[in-house]
Design a protein around this ligand. Sequence first.
Ligand SMILES: [Zn+2]
Length: 416
Amino acid sequence: MRVGPPTQVSVFFMRRFSFVLLSLLVTALSWAQPSGWGRYRVKVETDKDAQRLADSSIPLFSEQISLGDVDVIVGPDHLVEFWKLGLKNAYVGELPRPDAWKDRVTSALDDYQTTYLQYASMIGKYETWRAAYPSLVTRVRIGQGQPALANDIWSYRIYAGTGEPRHSVIIIGGIHAREWISPAVCMYLFRNLIEKINTDSSWALLMKRTALHVIPSLNPDGYRYTWSTNRMWRKNRRNNGGGSYGVDLNRNWPVAWGGGGSSGSTGSDTYRGPSAASEPETQALINHASTLLNVSAFIDFHSYGQYILWPWGYTSALCADDADHRRVGLMMQSLIQAPSGSFYTAGPITTTLYQASGNTVDYFYQTYRARSYTIELRDTGVNGFLLPEAQIYPTQIEAWAGFERFLRLAGMRRIP
Ligand SMILES: [Zn+2]
């Protein structure tokens, strides 16, 4: 056989082939490429150092500037200025480009997926969904925080059936005011479930038997306060007298109220209140839940730490349904980890995290024998309560992955 010059066609394919190889190489390189953004630990030794850092345009990674170690964020545009400051520093590690998460977002996102919303805007969002799906979404005003503050507490229901549902599932957001990712996740779970019911017949069927009740925020007084005055506020806004405010709503519930892991001191962040269920927020949910049929499952969303926790919180003893909670908890753990690798530690509250008497989960388990979880969302402590808005959407995605299975199981059986 005579070997001739390559034909036009084979040259075309060779060119095309090398072009594909080249683009694969370029893609691989861009993945491996450093972001150009780094976290540095600066030694602030004098007040003068602190002042110079404060006057610079270098963004802080730490919450504030104090003497000692302060972490800063140094991007390509800050390098010269950072170098000129001449402060002692050490490189801690690479940070993603601040806008890198946008690359991963393919479809247009709604504002509640990219920004934290104030209470009125949040309820406004639920209201647009209620208006758009009037046969699916209803709401009840279940109470109010402090009367003087006049913040209503709402419960939004998704139910596709007629007559009484066979199961009631309750999820609550924002019981701790500063944990902003919690109400943001509840919004996504709510909106996404509507979407599923409208596009997937198995969900439509499931939600003909099961009603989902979402409390967007059980602590609107506290939530508003984190926006207006103190971003790190945790409790509600009861006036305790003597200049002290707030009861920890997750220590106020009437199961082992007053036990370990709660405080009797009004100034404490875990102040349990003057008596069991003393708070209007606690009473609102207790009364609302008592009107629902077959409360079979409950989740209280918190941050941070990445935990999936179940009863008991008041004692290190295991609850009677520990095996069931563990089975479902570990299932959620692996589903939550799938989208972006976030690991959530799973176990009973007291032995996994700490003792917390008078909490919501113990109440819903003891009162209804509901499958009850506290889920501590992102992160593991890098940003803590101040989870950047860029992480709202990824946290919503992973929370849905676990919640989806939880809700399906809740609609199929009840703990015997
Ligand atoms: Zn919390």
